[in-house]
Design a protein around this ligand. Structure first.
Ligand code: C5P
Length: 205
């Protein structure tokens, strides 16, 4: 059983994917972390995330980087969304994600293009979303605890810029697969969103 969970930044897709993996006893891959690792590895090497050659070099990151807390920062998210627009970078990370999806017993993957590109054959696909204000509010609460001095408006502006980049790029843009179920978490608690996700998956498998 492959479960594909896609959606924009701070939509709740990561939390839902983790909960589904736990519920079904499946391994889970947060594919955003791969792009974040590429972005961080490029900036640490003083490269330019917008440069395709620099970004491609970043794909050879040290696997230990995946556990680095620096990957969770807004700066890493921004660098990730810039490097992820290069088709060469997406190509370099493709096999690793497909192999994860195809392992015996199944898997849960979350990202932007799981249902459209990485595992279009997945029987269960969720497109998780929420209004930009709600997503910015969630991100703001997380960040405020970590980084002092961030304003809500700057978080909202970052979210909107990221949406624009992720949906507007030509390589595997963020979009709902035709056969994906939409799950809007704007007015749902985490528990309610997870319950809804489980019933949507049940109906498809
Ligand atoms: O999900 P997360 O916020 O960690 O993703 C960081 C960035 O990585 C996204 O804004 C997006 O540009 C990119 N990404 C992607 N495809 C994926 C996962 C993430 O392009 N499957």
């Amino acid at each position: 059983m492959i479960i594909a969970v896609d959606g924009p930044a701070a939509s709740g897709k990561g939390t839902i994917a983790k909960a589904l993996a736990k519920h079904y006893g499946l391994p889970h891959l947060d594919t955003g972390l791969l792009y974040r690792a590429v972005g961080v590895s490029v900036t640490r090497a003083d490269g330019d995330p917008g440069d395709a050659a620099d970004a491609l070099r970043g794909c050879a990151f040290d696997p230990a980087l995946l556990d680095d807390p620096a990957l969770k920062t807004e700066a890493a998210g921004k660098a990730a969304s810039i490097v992820s627009a290069h088709p060469q970078v997406r190509e370099a990370l493709l096999e690793r994600q497909r192999d994860f999806a195809m392992q015996d017993g199944g898997a849960v993957l979350d990202g932007r293009d799981i249902g459209t590109v990485i595992a279009p054959q997945a029987p269960a696909k969720l497109f998780v979303t929420a209004s930009s204000e709600v997503r910015a509010q969630r991100r703001f609460r997380e960040l405020d605890a970590m980084e002092q001095g961030v304003s809500f408006d700057s978080v909202l502006a970052d979210i909107l810029a990221r949406d624009e980049r992720d949906s507007g790029r030509s390589a595997a843009p963020l979009r709902q697969a035709d056969d994906a179920d939409l799950l809007d978490t704007s007015d749902l608690s985490i528990d309610a969103a997870v319950q809804r996700a489980i019933s949507l998956v049940e109906a498809r498998t």
